[in-house]
Design a protein around this ligand. Structure first.
Ligand SMILES: [Zn+2]
Length: 436
């Protein structure tokens, strides 16, 4: 078949992607040292060895040459706050003073659609610069912030999920909402599954929602079962004690959410640090997922997530930057800190596992396997070109690398946006770094 009638584009580089979790399956990853990714109409047509696939291409198919680089699926960040972009790296002794001093005044400005749109544009470009092609995003309580995020992501044709924050107590009057879900429902109808946009029902966390609001949120989640749910749970000990006072009748902090119908597939719980074994089992049994946010947990001094306990329960785990409490948009830097947190908890995170968590693991956590997260035929062609020699130090370290694991480990520990040579969304180039 001639290429005249088909919209084919091929990319030559080393290819890495996953079809299983390397913590639980042998041969969970595919690695093609001299590989070829073939994209047709924004979707993966084939991924494999160059020597096998190149001869089968129709004559005239363009091949972009990225030899020496590594192509992986685009990173997926399962927890961050776009309105907090401008307050990243703000000093405060702990979560609650940080919310009072920086977060609430910053979020107030998102009632203004012009400010919201400008911030959304910068935020999405920063994600793409860091190789993140999908994210699960908190907006503010203002519907204007949701419209701004989805208008800007639709303009870039990104697979993006987000939603309006719900809170109706223990917050300033200017950010206070009500248990009335009509505004959220209208946003679901406007944005959910429109193009590549997906809606997330977003109660901030149990202390800032009344029981009436959590009950209404649960009803909305039942009425729209393929929307996402996102919230925070068991981030630090003061917060856990506060939830114990507010909801004395519930077995645990996490159980508050289960009581109101907020644990189900596509529910994403940020942090999950101070959980007990029953909580981890409930996450696994309900198909809910964990967003582990190590840079944020270290920054706020919240605590150390225990990935071994989550794995023991077979709970779904993914990685989030949690910007603005997180200190980097880079999923590579997030892996770096996840590795150190695991060490402090006495476990070990291989680089292959970390790349899994940031790609297919996150897609599974979001119920999006087959759509994004690997190079299965028919998947949306969201992919990135990583340069393991992006800096002089990385080049020197990588030259001495004896294995794929070593190369990926150095990339995760030393890399950041400088290591992202190019980012593609649905087969279209959406970020390109000038080569040095
Ligand atoms: Zn957060």
């Amino acid at each position: 078949m001639s290429n005249d009638t088909r919209n084919l584009q091929a990319y030559r580089a080393s290819l890495l992607h996953f079809h299983a979790d390397p913590a639980f399956a042998a041969d969970a990853h595919a690695w093609h040292e001299d590989g070829l990714l073939v994209v047709e109409d924004g979707r993966v047509h084939a991924a494999g060895d160059y020597a096998r696939l190149a001869p089968a291409l129709p004559p005239g198919t363009p091949i972009e040459d990225y030899r020496g680089k590594i192509i992986t699926p685009g990173f997926i960040d399962t927890h961050l706050h776009f309105p907090q972009t401008d307050m990243i790296a703000s000093p405060a002794p702990g979560l609650l003073p940080w919310l009072e001093t920086y977060t609430f005044p910053t979020e107030r400005r998102f009632a203004d659609p012009v400010h919201a749109r400008a911030t959304a544009e910068f935020f999405l470009d920063e994600l793409l610069r860091n190789g993140t092609t999908t994210a699960l995003v908190y907006c503010t309580v203002h519907k204007e912030s949701v419209d701004a995020l989805f208008e800007a992501s639709a303009a870039r044709n990104l697979r993006m999920a987000g939603g309006k924050v719900l809170m109706d107590r223990h917050c300033p009057d200017f950010l206070r909402d009500t248990p009335d879900m009509r505004e959220s429902e209208a946003l679901i109808q406007r944005w959910h599954n429109k193009g590549r946009s997906m809606y997330a029902i977003t109660p901030r966390f149990a202390p800032t929602s009344s029981e009436a609001q959590l009950a209404a949120t649960g009803e909305l989640a039942r009425a729209y079962p393929d929307t996402f749910i996102q919230t925070h749970v068991s981030e630090n000990q003061d917060e856990c004690a506060w939830v114990g006072e507010l909801y004395p009748q519930q077995r645990s902090y996490l159980h508050v959410y289960e009581h109101y119908g907020l644990m189900r597939p596509r529910a994403m719980f940020g942090h999950c640090i101070w959980l007990d074994d029953t909580d981890f089992a409930r996450l696994a049994d309900t198909g809910s997922a964990i967003a582990h946010c190590p840079t944020s947990n270290l920054f706020l001094g919240s605590g150390l997530f225990d990935i071994a306990r989550a794995d023991e329960a077979r709970a779904l785990v993914s990685l989030g930057t949690d910007v603005g409490a997180g200190t980097s948009f880079s999923m590579l830097q997030t892996m770096n800190e996840a590795y150190k947190v695991a060490r402090l908890k006495g476990s070990y995170l291989p680089a292959l596992r970390m790349f899994y968590l940031a790609t297919l693991g996150a897609a599974r956590s979001m119920g999006l396997e087959g759509t994004i997260g690997n190079f299965a035929p028919g998947a949306e062609a969201d992919f990135i070109v990583l340069d393991p020699k992006a800096t002089p130090l990385m080049a020197r370290r990588t030259a001495g690398s004896g294995s794929l694991e070593e190369t990926l480990f150095a990339l995760a520990l030393l890399g950041d946006d400088r290591a992202v040579r190019a980012t593609y969304a649905a087969g279209r180039l959406v970020h390109e770094r000038e080569s040095s």
